[in-house]
Design a protein around this ligand. Structure first.
Ligand SMILES: [Zn+2]
Length: 276
């Protein structure tokens, strides 16, 4: 099939004992989870495309991520090297949204074109300029990532997408999915096993789509800067895109760590799986 991609999930970090209710609305009785963090690699011909980048820690990093105490981490750059992709060889990065755990290592890929919603990047420039009393909005935005994006803009390496767009790269489509952030996008990738949807942080759990006890009532997030109305419309947009088939949805923070997808490699306990 023309314009299909090989698509991989690369896990690179895991939090420890995060309360579910901090993530998803109403989950007061559901305890705590070790939440996985991941990004994706899509390959087609000479193109190595990332969907999100993960974040850096330690030497050479901004130190931003350390504030959040994510105890288990392997460099996303190393995870890519484990599948034979050097940072220099990354051609494009589709950024679902600008939270540090999705955009935090964007500075590690000097040749990549960044593809992000115009409303995502510009609202964060606006929000970060607000007085400190608005700090809740930008608590998980690393200012260094915004600086990196501006530098990339000056180098003409940024594509600002305005809403839904097919074929931002051949066989790779983006959809505005406001709610978790203003300009959050989710990504549709044409693969050998059909169209797959990468959630971004539109959902943390499939249950947000199927509803509690499969009652079919969508469940909003508890860590969003956008409104519940937008979040539920976004969940509906994803549900429509997958036609109710959960096998076609890749959740980046999948607490079950992508069951059913073939394992390519395990690196220090972190999985690389083939999604399509
Ligand atoms: Zn997020």
């Amino acid at each position: 099939m023309a314009d299909t991609w090989d698509l991989f999930v690369l896990e690179y970090a895991r939090s420890h004992q995060q309360p579910w209710v901090d993530l998803i609305s109403g989950m007061y009785e559901d305890g705590k989870v070790d939440l996985p963090f991941s990004f994706m690699l899509a390959q087609q011909g000479d193109r190595n495309v990332l969907i999100d980048t993960g974040f850096m820690q330690g030497e050479g990093s901004s130190g931003f991520s350390e504030k959040f105490g994510v105890p288990n981490w392997v460099s996303p750059v190393r995870m890519l090297e484990e599948v034979g992709v050097s940072a220099d060889a990354v051609t494009d990065i589709v950024i679902t949204h600008a939270h540090f755990d999705h955009m935090g290592s964007v500075g590690e890929f000097p040749n990549a074109n960044l593809i992000i919603q115009k409303s995502e990047l510009l609202t964060w420039y606006e929000a970060i300029a607000l007085p400190k009393r608005f700090g809740y909005l930008t608590a998980i935005i690393d200012p260094d990532n915004l600086k990196t994006a501006l530098e990339a803009s000056i180098e003409h390496r940024v594509t600002l997408v305005d809403g839904d767009k097919d074929n931002v790269l051949p066989g790779l489509h983006v959809r505005l999915g406001s709610g978790h952030t203003v300009g959050q996008q989710f990504v549709i990738v044409e693969t050998g096993r059909g169209r797959l949807v990468v959630s971004g942080d539109c959902v943390y759990s499939r249950m947000q789509i199927t509803g509690r006890d499969n009652d079919g009532v969508y469940i909003p997030l508890n860590n969003a800067t956008g409104c519940v109305w937008d979040q539920l419309k976004t969940i509906d947009k994803i549900n429509t895109e997958i036609g109710g088939d959960q096998e076609r949805l890749i959740v980046l923070h999948d607490i079950d760590r992508w069951p059913g997808l073939p394992l390519v490699k395990e690196v220090e306990g972190f999985k690389i799986v083939k999604a399509g």
